[in-house]
Design a binder for this molecule. Structure first.
Ligand SMILES: [Cu+2]
Length: 272
């Protein structure tokens, strides 16, 4: 009897969950199935969306199971008459082991999937086409295009724009001359801290032409909220034109200079 009830419950859970799972696979590209995430603008984005969806599916499944059990228990074991005391149950070792082990397995599995995706995302290759040294400083950004030896810089009042060519892998090298900042482009579904005294590196391949917003995601002082930038993902000819325009303006070299940690150097993209 108990076994039969358990099977029925499993079927009920599947009936509720299947449409959710199916809708994630079939209508993958809207804000509802992305659970609030923006449309990814990089090749790496879809993997992050899938991880996020997986977390939600697990959370919904656990939530439904717990709510289902609560409702079931409160109906099934309720007091049935005024003078009745329902059976008082204590200690159920198998059940206690079950609700210790099952959450542990869930947490370990979520950790495993996250670690796998994160290792893939933060792996450095030698397949990049460009290196951009992003300098986060109080309170704006400089973009040093290492392979072209030009730069662009901003102020809290004049928001700088980072140009990236579409479908080309870019290595970002993050540095800070002052305090902690965090380089965040929501549409790239990626954020990495900028730590003074260290160079944090990652690589992404933007794959959708468009204009995106970026911001500092680490409270860094008075004008933190104005530490904004734009990102323009453009076709290669437009990118080359932009780089040439920086050179024409005389913005060659790196800015601000002398901020690299001792003994560390920005990757020389000329090698590729
Ligand atoms: Cu900042």
């Amino acid at each position: 009897m108990a076994g039969q009830r358990l099977t029925l419950r499993r079927i009920a859970i599947l009936v509720v969950l299947l449409p959710i799972l199916a809708s994630c696979g079939m209508v993958a590209d809207n804000e509802f199935t992305r659970v609030g995430f923006p449309e990814p603008a990089t090749q790496e984005g879809p993997g992050i969306i899938e991880l996020w969806q997986g977390f939600w599916i697990v959370a919904i499944a656990v939530g439904l199971l717990v709510i289902g059990l609560l409702v079931f228990a409160s109906i099934k074991f309720r007091r049935k008459s005024e003078d009745e005391v329902p059976p008082q149950v204590r200690y159920n070792i198998p059940l206690e082991i079950l609700y210790t082990v099952v959450p542990l397995i869930i947490v370990l599995a979520l950790f495993g999937f996250t670690a796998k995706e994160q290792n893939k995302l933060t792996a450095l290759t030698d397949e990049y086409t460009h290196v951009v040294n992003v300098v986060g400083f109080r309170w704006s950004w400089s973009f040093n295009y290492i392979d072209s030896n030009v730069y662009e810089t901003g102020t809290p009042g004049v928001v700088p724009t980072l140009y990236l060519p579409v479908d080309e892998k870019v290595r970002f090298e993050l540095t800070s001359p002052d305090v902690l900042h965090s380089f965040w482009i929501p549409s790239f579904l990626f954020k990495m801290d900028i730590v003074p005294g260290a160079i944090n590196r990652f690589e992404l391949t933007p794959d959708k032409v468009g204009t995106y917003v970026g911001k500092c995601a680490e409270l860094c002082g008075q004008d933190h909220a104005r530490m904004l930038f734009n990102v323009k993902v453009v076709e290669r000819p437009e990118y080359d034109q932009y780089i040439a325009s920086l050179r024409a303006k005389g913005q060659t070299g790196m800015i601000p200079p002398g901020i690299l940690p001792r003994g560390e150097t920005i990757t020389n993209a000329g090698a590729n």
